[in-house]
Design a protein around this ligand. Structure first.
Ligand SMILES: Nc1ncnc2c1ncn2[C@@H]1O[C@H](COP(=O)(O)OP(=O)(O)O)[C@@H](O)[C@H]1O
Ligand SMILES: [Mg+2]
Length: 365
């Protein structure tokens, strides 16, 4: 898929208007705090609804205004389509090709994007929550059903955790945990299953990319670390049984802690280079190569799953990579529509064939 038009109304600091991107590379350049990332964010919001910056929906509305509207026109599934998102004092309205939808997840599978920003470069060594976010965000963009399951799981988990906190004061409530356990295990086992399947798919591509960047000297692997010992090859039912058994064993710990210790919300994955944990042993260059490989693999898996190439959003990431990794990346994404932000014209000039947009105080030229 590719974007043929993007329209803003009261979105962040961007002037009302539209941009008509090129089919290949689009370079958005300008000084700091002019609105470059805001443009990428607007493109990202159509693939599932949440900001990659962790912003709240009201944050999107231009200061002093009370609504914000984004419209994207894109070519996907052999035809031109359009989608609109309206943020209006805490409420969100989404429409696709003129038809109202209850959520922007309705665009999953039609409109896909991959975002790559400097924070991603530290994915290997950061805490487990950023790796869980990476994998969950990817499985949700593949299938609308995964997004629904994840959201229900989180609701159930919050309810169970609230009860665990009450049990601290009222131990007699302990028997009520069972009400949530069934749902927790049935939804949670599906998430773990999808994650394992996803890792299995992504690693095949990521391995190849990583080998390519390292001149075939390094072997990349990923090992899923499950709090209920689920492993590659397990069926959903097997994971369900393991989850239920481990959850039962952990009930006293959970009551003491006031939260649930078992489940996808506590799982992680190790990135391994040449049989060593990258988190501990890899150099900064190796860690960056691993993330670059994972991001490229994420794009590849998405296009395989949905049958549409995702739009690639590179937020200030080129200047963070050395020449070799830069050209590796640009070469591998040559078939995708790409939006690249960068600060100086020199860097923008390097991307010769790209369509250029200069941005200053929200004005796009
Ligand atoms: N809701 C909003 N209304 C108006 N301006 C906003 C809003 N949210 C963020 N901004 C402004 O947008 C600018 C940051 O834009 P950003 O796209 O992050 O810049 P950069 O060009 O560095 O990527 C800041 O000046 C910030 O104050
Ligand atoms: Mg920025």
């Amino acid at each position: 898929m590719y974007v043929t038009g993007l329209q803003f109304k009261n979105f962040r600091n961007l002037n009302d208007g539209c941009i008509i991107p090129g089919k290949n590379i689009n370079v958005i350049y300008g000084n700091n705090a002019q609105g470059k990332t805001n443009i990428l964010e607007s493109l990202w919001l159509f693939c599932g609804g949440h900001s990659f910056r962790g912003s709240k929906e009201n944050d999107f509305i231009k200061f002093g205004e009370n609504f914000s509207r984004l419209k994207v026109i894109f070519f996907s599934q052999d035809r031109e389509q359009e989608a609109e998102i309206l943020y209006n004092s805490g409420k969100k309205e989404v429409s696709i090709n003129g038809v109202k939808k209850h959520s922007s997840t309705a665009l999953i599978g039609k409109y896909t994007a991959v975002i790559f920003s400097p924070e991603d470069l530290t994915l290997v060594k950061r805490g487990p929550s950023s790796r869980r976010r990476f994998i969950d965000s990817a499985i949700c963009r593949e299938k609308i059903q995964n997004a629904v399951i994840l959201s229900k799981y989180n609701q159930t988990l919050n309810q169970r955790n609230a009860l665990l906190k009450d049990i601290y004061k009222h131990p007699e409530l302990k028997t009520m945990l069972e009400i949530w356990d069934e749902n927790l295990c049935s939804l949670g086992s599906k998430i773990i299953f999808q994650r394992l399947v996803y890792i299995d798919k992504i690693i095949e591509y990521a391995k190849n990319y990583h080998a390519g960047i390292s001149d075939y000297k390094e072997n990349l692997e990923i090992k899923y670390i499950s709090t209920c010992s689920a492993k590659k090859g397990d069926s959903v039912e097997e994971i369900y049984d393991k989850f239920k058994k481990t959850l039962k064993k952990s009930v006293d710990d959970d009551c003491r802690a006031g939260f649930t210790n078992i489940g996808p919300q506590r799982d992680d994955f190790d990135i391994i280079i040449n049989n060593k944990k990258a988190k501990i042993f890899a150099s900064q260059g190796q860690q960056r190569s691993a993330v670059l490989s994972l991001k490229l693999a994420e794009a590849k898996v998405l296009s395989e799953m949905t049958g549409e190439n995702p739009v690639i959003l590179l937020d200030d990431v080129l200047s963070e990579l050395d020449k070799k990794r830069q050209s590796f990346l640009l070469n591998k994404i040559a078939d995708y529509q790409v939006f690249i932000t960068c600060c100086d014209f020199e860097e923008a000039g390097l991307l010769e064939e790209g369509k250029k947009f200069f941005i200053e105080e929200g004005r796009i030229n």
